[in-house]
Design a protein around this ligand. Structure first.
Ligand SMILES: Nc1nc2c(ncn2[C@@H]2O[C@H](COP(=O)(O)O)[C@@H](O)[C@H]2O)c(=O)[nH]1
Length: 741
């Protein structure tokens, strides 16, 4: 019996809407794929096809999409999260297709799990629940196939699916992907049983909105990434500032970094392990930094384990990042620490930290909130790890520097104690200052005739004679001079006797040339002469450089002369030693500046250029005592003249001094030979006949030019010039074997 159904277009449509599977089955079993493809092409390209006419008037669609864009743009203005955009999109589509609601499933590209979106917490972090596979077969199908599905309760294929969804009669499930095709989410709209089934045009409308939404979402993700990048840049700036400006110690900087890192990848815990390369172990520097900004990482020095142990140990060995989704299913995971802490590790993101040459540590993020650590987390973490390595490396350096500074301070304290004179020595010397002094303002004064204690008395007496005691304290002066003597080493030539002798020549020159130099210049010249070779080791600057001595590392030029000045300042800074304490700040500053200039001028390497410039000024009659620069130049010459004044002493003193100088030269030559170097003839004790020739060279090449220049500007120094000339002639005769020593 043929049944004629009273069918018309509306009833057919109604039937098809209520029985979508009927149409699906018909098309899938009766229509050729090519024909379906033609339909799809036509649908995409059919400009005239009016989506809205089918379900919503274009104006309404237009106004709807206009409203959606307005809503979305409002959302986007408030720096949306990805979830804000998805929820807004779902709301827009729901109202456009008259859905009673929707469920949002978030995808994890790590695997094809879906997470049911339950909302956001105060920090804008999504609250997700892992969807049980057997409860989401439809969204899972859509996620895998990227195909929309429309179902109604009486649809045979998925009737079980509706059993878990009481009161829901119809669903429309669609995937949402980024422009690059990456799956973001699946959205399942639903209607209660009383509603109509979703239609084609509902699917089309949802599809159209999702296109818009995808763009908005892409923008939102860009915005979030920009925010994240801004936060990352702000963090990196903080790290760099901490490293290079605050120079904070490890204790302060690393917890900051770990707190940031833990927030960066949304981890529940963060730990930093450093490599103990000697023990081949890792130890926790900061362990279990929580999500609370204030919570400082608990430093757990007792958490130590061998390299290669656990995920962190393996990363420290291999230098490769590990992203573990389920720690306990990874045989490499070390359960021991969980046992110690009672904390359950699920997911781990672990990254090596490098300095220029090696792995210095491992940063470990534990338990990603809501799921697993993503590829995006790994990328962000990689950048962070570079700066974390930089920070750790520099804080370790600063910690070493701080420890060295403390050791240096201790060494200085010890040195200061042992290198300053005792009060008893001061008291013992005071009465001696009232004794009768020999005539010592004499260029030919022979210091060999007196002992070291006498020389201390003479030195204090010379100072008081030149500068009086109105602005100086005698006890302080005695203490200062005794400590100066103590800080000359017991070497053959560059000892206290040499320091005193140079000061004596300077004293004589100042006494016999009154009014050439100003008081502050005289004070500086005298103290510089007394201190100019403090702590000399009997080796010259070349030796200090060749042997890579620490002093040469500190002072690359005029090595010993800088050290002599540094020692002078150190002694002035000792309690009870500051002879300048009654000077004004300006006078003190000027005195120290002049003392530095004078001591550095005793470096013969500086003598030659200084003398040449001065000679030109003299010969062109441009030298003027009113020029500060010219005064400094002549002060330099005066220092050298005093320093080499042994060459201008009577012959018996010169001959005795030279023996001592060569003793020291030969000691240096022996040390050079021991170091595998060949000493110059002057320092080679195996070439003793070189002495006379060396002296001819030294007196003619250095001393005579020095005293000639000095004489042109300070004629009162003629006795020095005459005696040098005499001694030079003696050395020439000896060198020519016309005389013997
Ligand atoms: N060959 C000689 N060298 C001498 C003599 N007197 C000093 N010197 C060297 O000159 C410098 C002076 O600088 P100083 O501040 O260290 O005293 C030093 O290197 C002496 O070794 C000499 O008579 N002959």
């Amino acid at each position: 019996m043929e049944i004629f159904l009273d069918l018309n277009e509306i009833k057919i449509k109604e039937y098809l809407q209520n029985h979508p599977e009927f149409l699906d089955n018909y098309v899938l079993s009766h229509v050729e794929p090519d024909h379906i493809q033609t339909w799809l092409e036509r649908k995409k390209n059919d400009k005239n096809r009016d989506l809205c006419a089918v379900s919503i008037p274009k104006s309404c669609m237009h106004s709807e999409s206009h409203q959606m864009i307005q809503d979305l743009s409002l959302t986007l203005q408030h720096q949306p999260t990805k979830y804000d955009v998805l929820v807004e999109l779902g709301n827009c589509i729901s109202s456009a297709i008259n859905a009673d609601g929707f469920t949002l499933f978030l995808a994890d590209e790590g695997d094809d799990s879906l997470y049911i979106y339950m909302g956001q917490n105060a920090r804008g972090e999504a609250i997700l629940t892992l969807a049980k596979t057997n409860e989401v077969e439809v969204p899972l199908y859509v996620a895998r196939q990227r195909k929309a599905i429309r179902l109604s309760r009486n649809n045979g294929d998925y009737s079980n699916y509706f059993k878990k969804k009481p009161k829901i009669g119809h669903i429309l499930c669609q995937s949402i992907q980024q422009p690059d095709g990456k799956l973001i989410a699946v959205i399942e709209f639903f209607k209660h049983e009383s509603g109509y089934a979703f239609q084609d045009e509902d699917e089309d409308i949802a599809y159209s909105y999702i296109i818009w939404g995808g763009i908005a979402l892409h923008y939102a993700i860009l915005c979030m990434n920009m925010n994240k990048n801004k936060k990352l840049n702000d963090f990196l700036l903080m790290v760099v500032r901490s490293i290079f400006q605050d120079m904070v110690s490890m204790e302060l900087l690393v917890p900051k970094i770990m707190n940031y890192a833990q927030r960066l990848v949304d981890a529940d815990r963060a730990s930093l392990f450093l490599v103990d390369s000697k023990q081949q172990e890792l130890y926790a520097t900061v362990f279990d930094v929580g999500n609370d900004e204030q919570q400082e990482g608990k430093s757990s020095p007792d958490i130590r384990f061998k390299m290669g142990t656990g995920i962190a140990g393996i990363v420290a060995e291999t230098g490769k990042t590990e992203n573990i989704k389920d720690a306990y299913s990874d045989p490499r995971f070390n359960h021991e620490i969980d046992k110690q802490t009672g904390y359950k590790t699920k997911s781990i993101l672990c990254m090596p930290l490098f300095n220029q040459t090696s792995i210095i540590g491992v940063v470990q993020m534990v338990n990603k909130r809501n799921g697993f650590f993503t590829e995006e987390d790994e990328k962000a973490f990689e950048m962070f790890a570079v700066y974390c390595g930089l920070a750790v490396h520099h804080t370790k350096l600063y910690d070493k520097i701080r420890k060295s500074e403390q050791k240096y301070k201790v060494a200085l304290e010890v040195l200061s104690y042992h290198s300053t004179c005792a009060e008893s020595e001061v008291q013992r010397l005071v009465p001696q200052l009232d004794n009768q002094f020999p005539i010592i303002d004499d260029y030919h004064f022979n210091s060999f005739a007196y002992g070291d204690d006498d020389k201390v008395c003479f030195a204090v007496h010379m100072f008081e004679d030149l500068f009086g005691l109105r602005r100086f304290d005698r006890q302080c002066l005695i203490r200062f001079t005794l400590t100066i003597r103590k800080n000359y080493r017991n070497v053959p030539y560059h000892n206290w006797s040499h320091g005193f002798s140079v000061a004596n020549t300077m004293y004589t020159l100042i006494k016999k040339t009154s009014d050439v130099f100003r008081p502050i210049e005289c004070l500086a010249l005298y103290i510089a002469a007394l201190c100019h070779d403090l702590d000399h080791r009997g080796k010259n600057n070349k030796f200090m450089a060749d042997t890579e001595s620490p002093l040469a590392a500190i002072y690359s030029t005029s090595t010993m002369e800088h050290h002599h000045f540094n020692q002078t300042v150190a002694i002035l800074q000792n309690d009870g030693h500051n002879i300048f304490s009654k000077l004004s700040y300006q006078e003190y500053k000027q005195a120290l500046s002049l003392i530095k200039h004078c001591i550095l001028a005793t470096d013969l390497a500086l003598f030659f250029p200084n003398k040449s410039k001065l000679t030109v000024l003299i010969e062109t009659e441009k030298f003027t005592w009113s020029s500060k620069e010219h005064r400094l130049m002549i002060q330099g010459i005066v220092m050298t003249a005093s320093d080499l004044s042994a060459s201008a002493k009577p012959w018996d003193v010169q001959e005795k001094t030279v023996k001592i100088i060569f003793e020291e030269f030969y000691d240096q030559g022996d040390a050079e030979r021991k170091a595998g170097k060949t000493p110059i003839p002057m320092m080679d004790r195996e070439q003793p006949n070189e002495q006379a020739n060396s002296q001819v060279g030294f007196l003619s090449g250095i001393c005579l030019p020095c005293y000639k220049t000095l004489y042109k500007l300070i004629p009162e120094t003629k006795p020095l010039l005459d005696m040098v000339q005499f001694n030079l002639n003696k050395w020439r005769k000896i060198a020519a074997n016309e005389e013997t020593l």
